[in-house]
Write a protein that binds this ligand. Structure first.
Ligand SMILES: *[C@@H]1O[C@H](CO)[C@@H](O)[C@H](O)[C@H]1NC(C)=O
Ligand SMILES: *[C@@H]1O[C@H](CO)[C@@H](O)[C@H](O)[C@H]1NC(C)=O
Ligand SMILES: *[C@@H]1O[C@H](CO)[C@@H](O)[C@H](O)[C@H]1NC(C)=O
Ligand SMILES: *[C@@H]1O[C@H](CO)[C@@H](O)[C@H](O)[C@H]1NC(C)=O
Ligand SMILES: *[C@@H]1O[C@H](CO)[C@@H](O)[C@H](O)[C@H]1NC(C)=O
Length: 524
């Protein structure tokens, strides 16, 4: 009785997922948007957001309630009056645009579908047991997952000022509440609190506009390495980072094997084992959804957007996929690997229907860059964003991190700082203030250094920072016309590099279709 139905269901499941079930009016969860906000899109294209709260969630002591600190307008005025390195105005203006998006109709169904796609009835059978009650329930509930087509406001990521405003909100999450850095416990916090700023956990800075209609959560993780500053890094953070961003459970120390012991032999890894570890041992994703739900409960009628830097950026992107809301992430390590291992369900993409070729041919499903909700902003010299922070000699290796993933979900806006500014790979280019000051400006790459640029491009060493395969201008494999190419076009690489001549925001692109993580590894 228990065994048979789930198997039958499992057989039906892929079919259901492939079909695009039209959204029909089920009693939908109210928080997403009120009728008024949907029917009458705000005429104002500009939103002014100011800091309202900081919230902190422990990743190790999950039973403890989250902390919250509220900022009064008086405190904000005091903060803004304080001249401080790396502290930007607590009020930021952004531009928006309308996008079409898909979002899950129910979080319960989304999470059930996520779990059910790992703990399948087939897995239970292979393990020689009956599916558990939870597995059966997840399978059933997961099948009710549907994706609604909605039209929503999103930050205009082609606008430099908007990107910079998000960067500044993200940066403030590190430096507030006061000048002496993020370890300080400001007024309003429970000072005796054992899990305050100093230990691991996740912090969100909540910004809202005057009408409480638009809320931005800037998310920050607490790894000292990722902050780029000193301080002890909790073991738990390393564990989480290495679980998420390394190919096969990079070992931190002797205790690591209890977390993830999936390494089989040289460059061979048991994939199922890693997925199990990520699904069950990683605290980041469940804590992040708690954070989102708590802020959503504070502002039940608001549209919520996400921002984050580094680890916080990866988390923002995952929440963006989970809730179908916009995110802007800066210098995130590759988040595609953990998103896959977490089994985050993806919305069905619109297949190009073609009567002449009913099979659909080989044409990939259409995806629109304009409508993509998840945005990654990073540059080519940052070893963390490019999956080069690994190995025992690198800074990361010494600190016990292996950040090896490089592929990002959603769309990527990639500043070619190696090619245009002559930067070399250096962890000191990772901090958010570098991005804000050097890149999120109008003419970031239009320097008179064209000579240096060309030297860098000719240099062999720079080839590992090139564009991902498929997008690259490096190896035109089919269309090189031999001699014909030599005449005029050989120095014309600039026009096609997606960098818009170093002005404003580089062209976004999808990298997850062409990028591959951990290519040295065999997963069994
Ligand atoms: C502060 O937190 C500790 C531990 O969580 C708790 O025992 C104590 O009652 C809290 N104090 C206040 C004033 O809330
Ligand atoms: C917005 O929310 C805050 C609480 O964070 C509340 O104090 C304020 O009155 C709200 N403003 C409006 C216009 O609803
Ligand atoms: C807020 O977070 C706590 C965990 O810190 C969680 O137990 C609670 O359910 C969350 N609240 C909401 C409304 O999601
Ligand atoms: C998918 O196609 C449907 C019908 O053509 C359209 O209404 C919807 O907006 C499309 N969704 C996306 C995300 O493009
Ligand atoms: C269908 O596909 C064929 C070949 O790929 C193309 O020539 C034709 O224009 C397509 N029709 C539509 C309606 O997209």
């Amino acid at each position: 009785m228990l065994l048979v139905p789930p198997i039958a269901l499992a057989a039906v499941l892929p079919l259901c997922a492939a079909l695009q079930i039209p959204f029909h009016a089920r009693p939908s969860t109210p928080p997403t948007s009120t009728p008024s906000s949907r029917d009458a899109p705000p005429p104002a294209q500009e939103h002014t957001l100011s800091l309202r709260h900081a919230v902190h969630f422990s990743t190790t002591h999950r039973h403890l309630p989250p902390s919250k600190r509220d900022y009064s307008t008086f405190e904000l005025a005091a903060l803004d009056a304080q001249p401080d390195v790396g502290l930007y105005s607590s009020t930021q203006s952004i531009h928006t645009k309308r996008v079409r998006a898909r979002r899950p109709n129910s979080q319960e169904a989304f999470q059930a579908a996520r779990r059910a796609s790992y703990w399948t009835p087939l897995r239970a059978m292979q393990e020689g047991r009956l599916p558990t009650r939870q597995e059966v329930e997840d399978t059933l509930l997961g099948q009710t997952l549907e994706w609604e087509d909605v039209e929503i406001d999103a930050p205009d990521v082609k606008d430099v000022a908007t990107l910079a405003a998000f960067g500044k909100m993200t940066s403030n999450a590190y430096t507030l509440p006061d000048s002496s850095g993020w370890y300080d416990i400001g007024g309003g916090w429970n000072v005796s609190d054992s899990f305050g700023w100093q230990e691991d956990g996740m912090r969100g800075h909540v910004f809202a506009d005057e009408q409480n209609k638009t809320v931005v959560i800037a998310i920050k993780g607490t790894s000292a390495l990722i902050v780029g500053g000193g301080g002890g890094t909790a073991h738990n953070d390393k564990t989480n980072d290495n679980l998420f961003f390394s190919c096969c459970c990079a070992r931190v120390d002797w205790s690591w094997s209890t977390v993830c012991d999936c390494f089989d032999s040289s460059y061979t890894c048991r994939e199922d084992c890693v997925e199990h570890a990520v699904m069950t041992k990683s605290a980041y994703y469940p804590v992040a959804t708690d954070l989102y739900n708590n802020v959503s409960a504070l502002y039940p009628h608001a549209q919520i957007w996400l921002a984050g830097h580094s680890l916080g950026g990866a988390i923002a992107a995952m929440l963006s996929r989970t809730y179908g809301v916009p995110s802007i992430s800066f210098e995130s390590p590759g988040d595609l690997l953990p998103a896959r291992r977490l089994h985050l369900p993806l919305p069905p993409t619109n297949r190009s229907r073609n009567a002449t070729h009913p099979s659909g041919g080989d044409k990939p499903p259409t995806r629109s860059l304009d409508d993509e909700l998840t945005t990654h902003v990073f540059h080519t010299a940052d070893p963390i964003a490019n999956g080069q922070c690994r190995g025992t000699i690198s800074t990361c290796g010494i600190a016990g991190f292996a950040l090896e993933s490089k592929c990002h979900t959603g769309k990527s806006i990639k500043y070619d700082t190696v090619g245009r500014l002559g930067w070399s790979t250096d962890i000191r280019t990772h901090p958010i203030h570098v991005v804000i000051e050097k890149l999120l400006i109008d003419d970031w790459g239009v320097k008179p250094d064209e000579v240096a640029v060309q030297r860098a491009q000719g240099d062999e060493a720079s080839s590992w920072f090139g564009w991902w395969p498929g997008r690259g201008n490096k190896k035109p494999s089919e269309d090189d016309g031999g001699e014909g190419a030599g005449e005029g076009g050989d120095e014309d690489e600039e026009e096609d590099d997606g960098q818009n001549g170093g002005k404003g925001v580089p062209e976004p692109h999808f990298e997850d279709e062409t990028c591959s993580d951990c290519s040295k590894w065999t997963f069994i």
